[in-house]
Design a protein around this ligand. Structure first.
Ligand code: ADP
Length: 398
């Protein structure tokens, strides 16, 4: 196969990240990466840097809307300074119950993904907007949807079925699981020696954890939406349903319109809870660690709750897997927050998980378990864009 430039687009609620790889003959070379941050503000950031880290674009434009943001990206890519992409891979958080396979994007597919917007309300609206714009602005270039839910398609029904009346289950309410591209990238990096019983904790602004048996997803913590599962930056994670009813009734006192009340509830559970809600300070682990060092008790409680939840989840997954060979930490906190890794693993000695304090004292890839640990504990940064490129190349039939 000849070399193909493949563009990866990865949109979030306030940013669009992108990168381009030269893909050919099993080789993948990153040419550049970039981002537009601060969508919805007067002072956004737009940067592109080459594989060596040299800034090729470094601007602070006003980015009032996602259309302005994507135009910045498209204009730069059409400027002649960069190769024209041969194909585009879109990170797609959720395709709903009908779109389960990575595939070519058509206008009909975008409509189908959009019809399940309520399942990932923070991610799907901007993703479908960018898919439509990419089809318009890059005519004739194949675009592919690469799903975060794809990795989780192997979960058994006992894990995916929600204990609710069947009429709602039939509407697509089930466990989908997210961060799947990150999990795939961990398996990819462990090959050819993927441990039989593996737990991966993806701890970023959004956090999730998966039990993986023989390289396939057995269970994962996020559910219908990325708000489920473990507590994260500003999301509750799993919570007693009675709490939602209580909060909804409080909201309904001043907001009788049902849709508006549901939206307020969504904001409470997705944007105001988690580490931010408990600490009343920040959703960012670095801020919380600084506050803990300064003696802030609420920050301490928020981080304790985070580590305690993850430790409990690891315990339940060891039970589901009936043992454990390897535990992997990834994501911004998993890779960089030495203290969180130590605090999560501190009480897991009975499960054979023992960390070596010195080995753990690193940022980035490492084996951090002690010689005496039955379970190997590793830190592995995710390579999500590379996995998207691999899927695109496979789908192109190259
Ligand atoms: P996203 O889910 O948005 O991709 P990331 O994977 O980048 O997020 O993770 C962001 C989280 O990682 C934040 O809570 C941030 O504080 C944390 N983080 C990043 N660097 C460090 C660090 N050096 N020490 C502690 N936490 C860090």
């Amino acid at each position: 196969m000849s070399s193909l430039p493949v563009l990866v687009l990865n949109s979030g609620s306030s940013s669009i990240k992108f990168s381009m790889y030269e893909a050919g003959n099993g080789e993948r070379t990153r040419l550049f990466e970039g981002a537009v941050d601060g969508i919805g503000t007067d002072l956004g950031k737009f940067w592109i840097k080459d594989a060596g880290g040299k800034k090729l674009v470094d601007q602070t434009p006003a980015v009032p809307s996602r259309s302005v943001a994507f135009k910045l990206v498209a204009d730069a890519l059409h400027s002649g300074r960069f190769p024209v992409p041969a194909a585009i891979g879109h990170r797609t958080v959720c395709g709903g119950p009908t779109v389960r396979e990575n595939q070519l994007i058509t206008p009909q597919l975008i409509d189908e993904i959009e019809s399940y917007e309520a399942l990932a309300p923070l991610h799907t609206p901007i993703a479908v907007y960018i898919m439509r714009e990419a089809l318009r602005l890059f005519p004739g270039i194949p675009n592919f949807a690469i799903l975060d839910t794809y990795f989780h398609r192997t979960m058994p029904e006992v894990a995916t079925r929600m204990p609710i009346p069947t009429e709602y289950a039939d509407m697509g309410v089930r466990r989908y699981g997210y961060h799947g591209i990150s999990y795939e990238s961990i398996i990819y990096q462990l090959q050819p020696h993927v441990p039989e019983k593996l737990i991966v904790a993806h701890l970023g602004n959004g956090a999730s954890i998966s039990a993986i048996l023989q390289g396939q997803c057995l269970d994962t913590s996020m559910g219908l939406t990325p708000t489920g599962g473990i507590i994260s930056g500003s999301r509750t994670g799993d919570i007693d349903p009675g709490v939602l009813i209580f909060i909804l009734k409080q909201i309904a006192k001043t907001t009788p319109n049902t849709d508006a009340a549901a939206e307020q509830l969504e904001t409470v559970v997705s944007k105001k809870s988690g580490l931010l809600g408990v600490s009343e300070l920040s959703n960012d682990m670095r801020d919380l660690r600084d506050a803990i060092a300064a003696g802030n008790a609420k920050a301490r409680l928020a981080v304790d709750k985070f580590c305690w939840t993850i430790a409990r989840w690891i315990g339940s997954y060891v039970a589901e897997l009936n043992g454990l060979d390897m535990l992997v930490f990834t994501g911004g906190i998993g890779e960089n927050d030495i203290a969180s890794r130590a605090e999560i693993c501190a009480g897991l000695g009975a499960l054979g998980i023992v960390i070596d304090a010195e080995r753990n004292n690193v940022r980035g890839a490492a084996v951090i378990s002690a010689e005496t640990s039955r379970v190997t504990v590793r830190v592995i940064p995710p390579l999500e864009d590379l996995i998207i490129v691999n899927h695109v190349v496979r789908l192109l039939g190259e």
